[in-house]
Write a protein that binds this ligand. Structure first.
Ligand code: KIV
Length: 289
C-alpha cells in the first residue's frame, strides 16, 4: 500500500515536520490560570488519528484522544465498549502526529473504576505505549482517591464532571445536568473533589452555565468547558462535530464547516469520473520511457 506519509525515523513521527515547537507540558497548561484568571483560554480538540493530529496540532494547546472515538471512528452506540487496546493504538497515532499540543488520553470504561491500583495499571500502560503525558477519567468525589493515587505516582490526571458519558445508563441519557439544586451541589462537589485530589484540569460537560462559571471561579486549576460556558478557562469539542462530519449536532456544538458535504460531493465526482472513464487521465498513468 502506498502512503502519503514519510516516516521520520529519528522521531518515528509522520512528516511533514512543522517548524520546531516545544510540546506543551502539564505544568505549562496549569500556569495558564494565574490567581484564578486565564487570560488566554486553552484550546482543546479531540483527535484520534495521526493525520488529524497533524492538522489540528498547530492550532491547539491540548489534543484529547477521547473515548468518543467509539462512536466517531468505530460506529459504536456509546463509549462503553471502548477498550484499552483501542485507546493505546489511537493515542500512539496522535502522539506521532503532533509536536506542540499536550496529548491527553481517555481512560476507557471499566479500566479504572475498580480501584486505584487497577487505574494505575491501565494508565501506566496507556502512557508507556503512547508517549502521552496525561490521562482523563470521569468522576469527582467517587474518583478522588484514584486521582490522588495516580497524581502522586507521576500520572497527571484531567478530571471530567457534569455529564459523564460513561455513566449514560445511570444518568438515563445525555441531557444537560445540574437543573436541580441537589444535582448542582453534586457537580460542584465533584469538581472540587477532583481538584483537591490533584487533577491538573477538569472538563465540565453539559451543565447549566452558572455551574460552569461557579466552578471556574472556585477552582485554582483550569476548567475546560463543553456545553459549559465561554467563561471556562478553555473549551473542547469533538473535532468531527465542529467540522460538520455529522448531520445531527448537539446544542453545545458550533458547526464551523460542512465537511460531510465536501466528502460526499467529492466521492460523487470521483464515482462519475470512474464510470465515464475520465479517471485516470493522462496525468495519472505511467508511460513507457
Ligand atoms: O471522549 C471525549 O471526546 C470527551 C470530550 C467530549 C470531553 O470526553
Amino acid at each position: 500500500m502506498s502512503t502519503t506519509f514519510q516516516l521520520d525515523t529519528a522521531t518515528s513521527r509522520a512528516n511533514p515536520t512543522p517548524a520546531p515547537m516545544k510540546r506543551l507540558t502539564v505544568p505549562k497548561v496549569m500556569q495558564r490560570k494565574k490567581d484564578g484568571v486565564t487570560e488566554e483560554p486553552l484550546v482543546m480538540l479531540t483527535a484520534y488519528t495521526a493525520r488529524m493530529a497533524q492538522l489540528l496540532d498547530p492550532h491547539c494547546d491540548i489534543l484529547l484522544v477521547g473515548d468518543s472515538l467509539g462512536q466517531v471512528i468505530y460506529g459504536l452506540p456509546s463509549t462503553l465498549p471502548v477498550t484499552l487496546d483501542m485507546m493505546a493504538a489511537h493515542g500512539a497515532a496522535v502522539v506521532r502526529g503532533s509536536y506542540h499540543s499536550l496529548v491527553v488520553i481517555d481512560m476507557p470504561f471499566g479500566s479504572y473504576e475498580a480501584s486505584p491500583q487497577q487505574a494505575f495499571e491501565s494508565a501506566s500502560r496507556i502512557m508507556a505505549e503512547t508517549g502521552a503525558a496525561a490521562v482523563k477519567l470521569e468522576g469527582g468525589v467517587a474518583m478522588a482517591e484514584t486521582i490522588s493515587f495516580l497524581s502522586q505516582r507521576g500520572i497527571p490526571v484531567m478530571g471530567h464532571v457534569g455529564l459523564t458519558p460513561q455513566a449514560v445508563n445511570a444518568l438515563g441519557g445525555y441531557m444537560a445536568r445540574g437543573r436541580s439544586e441537589a444535582e448542582e451541589a453534586r457537580i460542584v462537589a465533584d469538581g472540587k473533589a477532583a481538584a483537591d485530589a490533584g487533577a491538573f484540569a477538569v472538563v465540565i460537560e453539559g451543565v447549566v452555565e452558572d455551574i460552569a462559571i461557579a466552578l471556574t471561579e472556585q477552582l485554582s486549576i483550569p476548567t475546560i468547558g463543553i456545553g459549559g460556558s465561554a467563561r471556562c478557562d478553555g473549551q473542547v469539542l469533538v473535532a468531527e462535530d465542529m467540522l460538520g462530519m455529522f448531520e445531527r449536532t448537539p446544542r453545545f456544538v458550533k458547526r464551523y464547516n460542512d465537511i460531510a458535504s465536501v466528502i460526499s460531493d467529492t466521492a460523487a465526482e470521483y464515482a462519475a469520473d470512474v464510470r465515464s472513464r475520465r479517471f485516470p487521465g493522462d496525468e495519472q498513468v505511467y508511460k513507457a520511457k
